[in-house]
Write a protein that binds this ligand. Structure first.
Ligand SMILES: *Cc1c(COP(=O)(O)O)cnc(C)c1O
Length: 413
């Protein structure tokens, strides 16, 4: 059977039930954007909503806007908009701070819930900030605490009764390999460990059911698949039943039961607001809300089906067109075991990605040798995938990547 042609891809786009969502995003002419897994595209309505927030709410409303424009409620209001996307209820998700800071707060709260144990179990090669934060937490908690990092295939064996918390990223940032969340959570619970799931590469990439998986806690970025904008605050899930015993360490005034009573002693809010620390990042929250209002219209099962099809198509095209050029698939071939990205290893990966970007195909490079392509089904078309594979083929066939200009590394890769 021959590989799909451009016309085949045009036909797939014509029949795509999600095709109209592409109009909701600003996409620069001449760019094939396959990096929405790192920074999602700008929703068109985010621009006008931020203009309004700046000119009206900030410019005219000034401090009155905390009440009049509902600024004070944005962390919980947006949490409630994310909740159905991850299979949990209203009042169980809040938006605040960064993923790094939230992981710190979650880890310490979870360790306190299992105070006779000393081990945080993690996967080696997880996203560095997760590993670094966990090491910092173990350090802070005391000499007998340990952040144990094990290879993927040793996680199950390492789950024993010394483990206080199993903290894993559901979809690996480099390879796109996906964990069995329900299975691992069950195993963790059977030895008395709590689980923290990082959903940075999951939320907005597929439907997920945290409640069914019985995940204890979860968190994730909003600036990747969720299109919340650069540096948009992260989300955190704390089930209602856990909230009364959940004690996070950054006990700022916004997490107080009565922030505006200005009393000296800290008393945490009775609900998810106890996860807050300081003043929320209003302009970023306004942009994120614009995106979440697009997401509210999306059928996540259709999203997942298209995501898997885009990834399968890319693998098929690259393996057919670029055979013999040294690419080794680094992602699971089975789409059901993969997130919404496809990665290949290549020893000249950095220069190849720079050559692609110079030709308008934007993916990214992850050291030491991974070229990574993210598929965001709301605005990525089948023809985009076809085009990316064609440009990659051309760059390899002409050795266009092989110049000193493409070997020089920038600060952000
Ligand atoms: C993107 C990502 C982060 C980023 O954390 P920040 O605090 O927003 O910089 C953390 N963990 C994982 C798994 C990620 O993919």
């Amino acid at each position: 059977m021959s590989t799909p042609s451009r016309d085949d891809c045009v036909a797939l786009d014509r029949d795509d039930p999600l095709a109209s969502f592409r109009d909701d995003f600003v996409l620069p002419a001449g760019v094939t954007y396959l990096d929405g897994n790192s920074l999602g595209a700008l929703p068109k309505t985010a621009e006008e909503r931020m203009q309004n927030a700046i000119r009206q709410q900030w410019g005219q409303g000034l401090i009155r806007s905390w009440n009049d424009a509902g600024w004070i409620n944005l962390p919980t209001k947006l949490g409630d908009k994310i909740a159905p996307m991850i299979g949990v209820g209203a009042g169980e998700v809040i938006v605040a701070d960064s993923t790094s800071v939230n992981l710190f707060k979650l880890l310490i709260a979870a360790l306190r819930l299992n105070s006779d144990r000393r081990t945080i179990l993690m996967e080696a090669r997880d996203f560095p900030t997760d590993l670094y934060i966990a090491q910092g937490v173990a350090d802070l908690m005391g000499e007998d605490y340990e952040c144990r990092m094990v290879p993927t295939d040793e996680i199950l064996a390492a789950l024993d009764e010394s483990v206080a918390v199993l903290a894993l990223t559901h979809v690996n940032f480099k390879t796109g390999a996906m964990h069995d969340m329900a299975g691992l959570t069950k195993r963790a619970h059977s030895v008395g460990a709590r689980t923290i799931w990082d959903l940075c590469h999951t939320a907005g990439a597929m439907p997920i059911d945290l409640a069914a998986a019985k995940a204890d806690f979860a968190l994730g970025c909003t600036y990747k698949y969720l299109n919340g904008g650069p540096g948009a605050p992260a989300f955190v899930y704390i089930p209602t039943a856990q909230q009364p015993t959940f004690h996070q360490p950054l006990t700022g005034w916004m997490g107080h039961a009565q922030p505006f009573s200005f009393v000296d002693d800290y008393h945490p809010a009775g609900d998810i607001k106890r996860f807050l620390s300081g003043t929320p990042n209003i302009l970023s929250l306004v942009a994120l809300e614009a995106s979440l209002d697009v997401w509210a219209q999306v059928d996540l099962n259709l999203l997942r089906a298209k995501s898997m099809a885009l990834g399968d198509l890319f693998i098929e095209l690259v393996e057919a067109r670029c055979a013999g050029h040294g690419f080794i698939l680094a992602s699971p071939r089975d789409a059901t075991a993969r997130g919404s990205q496809v990665s290949f290893r290549h020893e000249e990966g950095y220069a190849i990605m720079q050559a692609l970007i110079a030709r308008g195909v934007i993916g990214d490079f992850r050291a030491p040798d991974i070229v990574r392509f993210g598929f965001t089904p709301l605005y990525t078309r089948y023809v985009d995938v076809w085009h990316a594979a064609e440009v990659l083929y051309d760059i390899m066939a002409t050795r266009a990547w092989d110049t000193p200009a493409f070997r020089t590394r920038a600060a952000v890769t």
